[in-house]
Design a protein around this ligand. Structure first.
Ligand code: DQA
Length: 145
């Protein structure tokens, strides 16, 4: 079983960035812990602040892995191109967010990638990623927000 975790802009700063929203734990520490919890899963971890690099990564892994967990950060709200890339590949994708985007500014309520994803998991802090991994492993995509 192979799972790709793709993080978009500013998610490399989780732990430092707005800790009242995103918490104090660094993304690198969290992902190390997550990977350790699933010794039988082969993870592909990727982060970029650049839209085209995220699309290249979706195209690179998207015909090979069993699932994609994607937090596209702010690109979620306006990147039709990332949505199209997720539609183009065969791997099922799950949109994740650390914060509860529906409870934040109106511009964060819109997702340009959700129609390309099996479900959206948001607002559980970093645990949103684990929930998405579990959804891929169990095939239960009804987790929702
Ligand atoms: C985020 C929510 C986005 O609105 C924001 O731009 C981010 C992080 C989240 O994980 O809560 O960068 O995707």
């Amino acid at each position: 079983m192979k799972i790709s975790i793709i993080n978009g802009p500013n998610l490399n700063l989780v732990g430092v960035r707005e800790p009242q929203i995103y918490g104090n734990k660094s993304m690198a520490t969290y992902l190390d812990e997550l990977v350790a919890q699933y010794p039988d899963v082969e993870f592909e971890l990727f982060q970029s602040n650049h839209e085209g690099s995220i699309i290249d990564e979706i195209q690179r892994v998207g015909f090979d892995v069993d699932g994609i967990v994607i937090n596209a950060g702010a690109y979620t709200h306006y990147s039709i191109a990332i949505g199209d890339a997720l539609k183009a590949v065969t791997a099922p994708a799950i949109e994740v967010h650390i914060s509860n985007v529906q409870a934040r500014e109106a511009y964060r309520h819109v997702s340009m990638i959700k129609d390309s994803c099996r479900c959206v998991i948001a607002g559980y802090g970093l645990d949103s990623y684990r929930r998405a991994v579990d959804a891929i492993l169990t095939g239960n995509f009804s987790a929702g927000e």
